[in-house]
Design a protein around this ligand. Structure first.
Ligand code: GDP
Length: 183
């Protein structure tokens, strides 16, 4: 068990990055998961933010450090530093915005270029509460994920649908790869 400055102890500390177009809900997925907060305002903080949360997997305490681009994606200023050391990525699109889905190829290309080849990837279709505005079907999301052998989930940061599941499922995938069958 390691400990960080007197905080809770943990067995593993893992970096997870949030990737995807601006406005898809990355910041709110992060705040919903780590603080159970949601914000209607679209803020444009410049920089990289991160938050941490501990979860339990198979009796081990996993501290996850989740990084959010916080506006940087607009300026294409994300560098390899952002991806360095990441063992997982949530690649997010907005189910009401086709362009955010079409851009997944670009984000996945960037991940493949900069992230570790063993980085676990989950495709996340966010804003499922906007049922009447849905522009990308669940099947389209799932088949893109299956094509690449990635996981897939649909979420709403607004009404807290599947947000915990998205992070937890990704962390279980990471656990399997890093702890149970290390590369
Ligand atoms: P980011 O730029 O990807 O970090 O996106 P934000 O988290 O800043 O969200 C962009 C906008 O979408 C904000 O106005 C949020 O309130 C809104 N938003 C985020 N998640 C959801 C969601 O699940 N449902 C709905 N309806 N709006 C959301």
């Amino acid at each position: 068990m390691a400990s960080a400055g007197g905080e809770e102890q943990y067995d593993f500390i893992w970096k997870v990055v949030l990737v995807g177009d601006s406005g898809v809900g990355k910041t709110n997925l992060l705040s919903r998961f780590t603080r159970n907060e949601f914000n209607m305002e679209s803020k444009s903080t410049i920089g990289v933010e991160f938050a941490t949360r501990n979860i339990q997997i198979k009796g081990k305490t996993v501290r996850t450090q989740i990084w959010d681009t916080a506006g940087q994606e607009r300026y294409r200023a994300i560098t390899s530093v952002y991806y360095r050391g990441a063992v997982g990525a949530l690649v997010v699109f907005d189910i009401s915005k086709v362009s955010s889905f079409d851009n997944l190829d670009k984000w996945l290309g960037e991940l493949n270029e900069h992230a570790d080849p063993h980085c676990c990837i989950m495709i996340v279709g966010n804003k499922v509460d906007l049922k009447h505005l849905r522009a990308v079907s669940s099947e389209e999301g799932r088949s893109l994920a299956e094509k690449h052998n990635y996981s897939f989930i649909e979420t709403s940061a607004l009404d807290n649908t599947n947000v915990g599941e998205a992070f937890n499922n990704l962390l279980v995938d990471i656990f399997k790869l890093q702890v149970e069958a290390p590369p």
